[in-house]
Ligand binder design. Structure first.
Ligand SMILES: *[C@@H]1O[C@H](CO)[C@@H](O)[C@H](O)[C@H]1NC(C)=O
Ligand SMILES: *[C@@H]1O[C@H](CO)[C@@H](O)[C@H](O)[C@H]1NC(C)=O
Length: 355
């Protein structure tokens, strides 16, 4: 029976890519040749997924001509990407930075693009924490920073830090305060299970936890990374300041002694359960009806009281469903989700099948 091979665990650990690089490609890369003339000659890499659960397991897929490399030297170039968790086993081109207009984005004063592709704002308050995603085995909180100009009725807010809980582990990712912004200074700070993580400032540096539950890769030498949580999510992150232009356009009233360095993020989820909640998470539920209607400009959604957590790494919000160690339920949900996706049964659970 076909489902027998589709099982519960869907290891992301070593999953991502096996690269087949020729010696000539490496030589070219070292020489830093990225002009379009030489790009035409860049060998198209081949990618695969190392997870037995993936449809792409050990199937070698050649990268598209438009994006021959998984990690192009040119930070603006699109990269070759193979999604191990969709039934289609096809390499596509994508930027390695968050796309603030793409599904799962949270950028600016936070402006979200939901799993239903609807754009909405969630304001919250400065110096508070909110659950962006709360699922049975994954919680992602955000810390907001911001300010309230005189005469305004609410805070202007931005996401300064993310706190992740998955199984028994925690991970934090923060934008360090910058009085004045400089592109030459890296402002990213990380911690895993309470210990800070150092990631050298080079465009290809990587770090993995000892059990490979989590992997961090720089996508530029400073201020941009991809974070991969095994079986759960992939997160593209950049740190950016409030520019003088933003400040002027929106009349934020940013003080001279703080650039309000904050995060731009884009999530991709691999196995959300039907119970998923959170400011962003709930928009991935098949039965979710977004109070923000498509086409409505500046649609603001509420729920501050339902999603507020007491710290960056707690899951105590009113709507939170995080319950690690509840293995039976989790594995059931995962299996169910995988089955409904890979068997093409539409929508019952659905999330996994969405892009
Ligand atoms: C970002 O996402 C939007 C919506 O999916 C898409 O139209 C746009 O082309 C993407 N931008 C880039 C640079 O990939
Ligand atoms: C930054 O400037 C504001 C006034 O513009 C002041 O209230 C605040 O204390 C200053 N903060 C720091 C950290 O110097």
């Amino acid at each position: 029976m076909e489902f027998a091979s589709v099982s519960v665990r869907c290891s992301m650990s070593i999953a991502m890519f096996v690269l087949m690089m020729s010696a000539s490609l490496e030589a070219m890369a070292e020489a830093g040749t990225t002009s379009s003339a030489s790009l035409a000659k860049v060998k198209r890499e081949r990618v695969t997924c190392n997870s037995r659960r993936s449809r792409c397991f050990m199937r070698y897929v050649t990268c598209p001509v438009e994006c021959p490399q998984v990690k192009p030297k040119d930070p603006k170039a699109k990269a070759c990407y193979l999604d191990c968790y969709t039934p289609k086993c096809e390499a596509v081109c994508r930027k390695r930075k968050p796309n603030c207009s793409g599904m799962g984005a949270a950028c600016y004063d936070p402006r979200f693009v939901g799993g239903d592709n609807i754009v909405f704002y969630f304001h919250g308050r400065s110096e508070e924490h909110y659950a962006l995603v709360s699922d049975t085995d994954l919680q992602v909180n955000a810390r907001f920073i911001g300010l309230r100009p005189v005469g305004r009725s609410r805070d202007f807010t931005w996401i300064q830090a993310l706190g992740l809980l998955f199984g028994p582990h925690t991970f934090t990712l923060e934008a360090a305060r910058a009085e004045t912004w400089s592109d030459d200074i890296d402002r990213l700070r990380f911690s895993y299970d309470g210990t800070s993580v150092t990631l050298p400032e080079s465009p290809d540096s990587e770090w993995s936890s000892s059990g490979d539950e989590i992997k961090l890769e720089r996508t530029a030498s400073k201020n941009s990374v991809t974070l991969i949580v095994q079986e759960a999510l992939e997160l593209y992150v950049s740190v950016v300041p409030i520019t003088e232009e933003d400040d002027r356009i929106h009349s934020y009233g940013i003080p001279r002694n703080d650039s309000f360095a904050h995060l731009e993020v884009q999530f991709r989820f691999f196995g959300l359960s039907p119970r998923v909640d959170g400011v962003l998470g709930r928009t991935y539920r098949a039965d979710f009806e977004n109070p923000a209607k498509p086409g409505v400009e500046m649609a603001v959604v509420g729920g501050e009281d339902r999603y507020r957590t007491s710290s960056l790494l707690s899951s105590d919000c009113a709507a939170c469903v995080f319950a690690p160690g509840d293995d039976k339920e989790v594995s059931f949900l995962r299996q169910y989700a995988m089955l409904s996706c890979t068997s093409g049964v539409a929508d019952g659970i659905g999330m996994v099948c969405r892009k």
